[in-house]
Write a protein that binds this ligand. Structure first.
Ligand code: GTP
Length: 597
């Protein structure tokens, strides 16, 4: 155990985490040329395209320092707020963290929130000032910022360029000399933390774990504490770029486990692995069953594809335990599923995977959060509403609660005004304003989560000209004056367009939704009235005017192939449309409320 070091890298997106990981592997000769990919730790295609580490993994390196071989386990952490629980579990598996800060961009919101997680877990922090090669780097100022933030000495900060290989040896040495060796009792019953799991279609679920006490042996009967299910450890091993099967993994070390589990939901991140016969008395603390935060309906474009969509969702769930879905039906869209996601990015990933991996074209409805409604009859039992159209008749409701978050935004002093106005417009209440330096300010707000779902990121980027970083964490439910705004097309309520909106904004949003829908709904042979309503009260109205001309009229007498092409084009345009009553609605319309500005 003395010669093991477990560490992670915490950094804001794009500050160079993957590049640095790559360099560390290079310097410890952990990579052969054949295995080398551009960025080693980001495996999924989607991940690479988005430049975001979606799922954390781990990798083992061997480094010799003063004649002694050390095993270094690098545990990767996902870089997006949607996956912050996974970040917290990866951090819990380590004794140290490299805090990577971009020398041109300095400290950003995510750097801070992940740093706090690391400090809560008593990790040794090694600050790394990355990208010192950049002409725009500000090493002096950023060093000051880091000193202010963590209260370290200037000479504890390692200047580096992951890109040019500067500072890498210093970082490796610091990991050995500054990160404590793991502690644990090798003779106690097995106690290991699950910090990640990955689904492999051929081998089933691969569980990544860190052993705190005891050891795990091949073919041992093991048990997961939270799910209380037992399995045989068919294969265990260490993770290099490929897996290295082993007979035993002891306290302090990190490894993978294969048990033949076929469903990702049976392995929960944060769970404890122990011996089935001789279980540990103290499970690793901090386990949480992650709950979805954002909900949306997913419907097949073609109603006939419902069963196929179900099969695809089931397959996705096999390898993504945080996705949940239940069948629902909508008068407007027919049969589909109400799905729960960790956040907006997770939703986008699922939507993209459905299209890419399964070739399914789907209609996604406006995302919403989950509300608690209290009826006047049973004031103690909340009715959980994860689809706005399920909100019971307002006259039977005493009050509605919605989830709130603590939002942290770091921006330049110049943009404090516009950022504040945006947050206040989004029903935020400022709770703190701290000048990190004369130039950089951290603002914290209590805000309804629902407002983040509605085009917050894009607007924040616009009002701050890109100079704002954002992070959040849930802080529970609060009572809000919410009303259900319905949309009627040609007199019919389109349930998939209903939204719960704060009373003060309902008229304005209703009006803007009608205007947006008017832009998005194609003209047809008749006038289409678009109305927004609260209960039976109409609050806004627009009209899509009837088409005058037949689209093919201009080809009349012309070349028949041109005419066919035009009809063909029309057909294609229909792909993502749904007919509600006699009105054709394009996919964009279902998301209209997200893009009102
Ligand atoms: P996410 O995976 O999105 O969280 O980003 P990351 O933190 O892993 O950053 P990544 O390693 O992908 O680097 C982001 C960009 O910065 C890439 O274009 C890198 O080439 C570049 N980069 C990383 N380190 C350095 C450095 O030391 N100097 C310079 N000039 N560029 C760097």
């Amino acid at each position: 155990m003395k010669h093991i070091r477990n560490f992670c890298i915490i950094a804001h997106i794009d500050h160079g985490k993957s590049t640095l990981a790559d360099r560390l592997l290079d310097s410890t000769n952990s990579v052969t040329a054949r295995e080398k990919q551009e960025q080693l730790l980001d495996n999924m295609d989607l991940e690479r395209e988005r430049g975001i580490t979606i799922k954390s993994h781990a990798i083992q390196m061997v480094y010799t320092y003063e004649g002694q071989e050390y095993v270094l386990n690098l545990i990767d952490t996902p870089g997006h707020v949607d996956f912050s629980y996974e970040v917290s579990r990866s951090i819990a598996a380590c004794e140290g963290a490299l805090l990577v800060v971009d020398a041109a961009q300095s400290i950003q919101a995510q750097t801070i929130s992940n740093l706090y997680l690391a400090l809560e877990n008593d990790l040794e922090i090694i600050p790394v000032l990355n990208k010192i090669d950049l002409p725009s780097a500000n090493p002096e100022e950023v060093t000051d910022d880091i000193v202010d933030l963590i209260g370290c000495d200037r000479d504890e900060i390692i200047p580096a360029s992951a890109k040019n290989g500067i500072g890498i040896e210093d970082i490796l040495k610091a990991i050995i000399t500054r990160v404590p060796a793991p502690k644990g009792d090798e003779n106690a019953p097995l106690r290991a933390l699950v910090f990640d799991s990955v689904y492999n279609p051929f081998r089933g679920v691969e569980t990544y774990f860190r052993v705190f006490d005891g050891s795990i042996k091949k073919n041992q009967q093991i048990k997961f504490v939270a799910t209380n299910k037992a399995y045989s450890a068919d294969e265990i091993g260490t993770l290099k770029l490929v897996q290295f099967p082993k007979q035993e993994i002891k306290a302090g070390d990190v490894g993978y486990l294969i048990t033949g589990i076929k469903d990702a939901r049976e392995v929960k991140v944060g769970d404890t692995i122990t011996d089935a016969e001789n279980p540990t008395q103290k499970a690793v603390s901090g386990f949480e069953d992650v709950k979805p935060m954002v909900f949306a309906g997913i419907y097949p474009v073609d109603t006939e594809d419902y069963e196929e969509l179900r099969a695809c969702m089931e397959k996705l769930q096999l390898n993504d335990a945080s996705l949940i879905f239940t069948p629902e039906s909508s008068a407007a869209l027919g049969f589909g599923f109400r799905c729960g996601f960790l956040g907006m990015l997770h939703l986008e990933i699922i939507q993209e995977r459905l299209e890419r991996e399964f070739d399914m074209t789907v209609i996604t409805t406006v995302p919403n959060v989950s509300y608690h409604a209290y009826s006047t009859k049973e004031p103690d039992e909340p009715i959980i509403v994860s689809n706005p159209s399920d909100l019971p008749d307002p006259s039977t409701i005493d009050h509605v609660e919605e989830p709130y978050i603590k939002a942290s935004i770091i921006t330049k002093a110049d943009f404090v005004g516009p950022v504040m106005s945006l947050c206040i417009e989004k029903r935020g209440e400022i709770t703190n304003q701290t000048y990190l330096t004369t130039e950089r300010v951290e603002l914290t707000f209590d805000m309804p989560l629902a407002e983040i779902v509605f085009d917050f990121y894009d607007r924040l980027k616009t009002v701050s000209k890109g100079y704002a970083s954002f992070d959040y964490s849930p802080i529970g439910l609060r009572t809000s004056k919410l009303v259900k705004v319905d949309v009627l097309l040609n007199g019919n309520t389109v349930d998939a367009l209903s939204a719960l909106i704060h009373f003060d904004n309902a008229y304005d949003i209703g009006k803007r939704m009608c205007i947006k829908l008017k832009e998005l709904i194609p003209r047809q042979q008749f006038d289409i009235p678009i109305q927004a309503a609260i209960g039976s009260k109409i609050i806004a109205r627009e009209t899509v005017k009837a088409l005058r001309k037949d689209v093919t009229a201009k080809c009349y007498g012309g070349d028949i192939s041109r005419k066919r092409k035009l009809l063909e084009k029309q057909k294609k345009g229909k792909k993502r449309m749904r007919a509600v009553g006699n009105v054709e609605i394009p996919q964009e319309a279902f998301m209209a409320v997200l893009k009102l500005n």
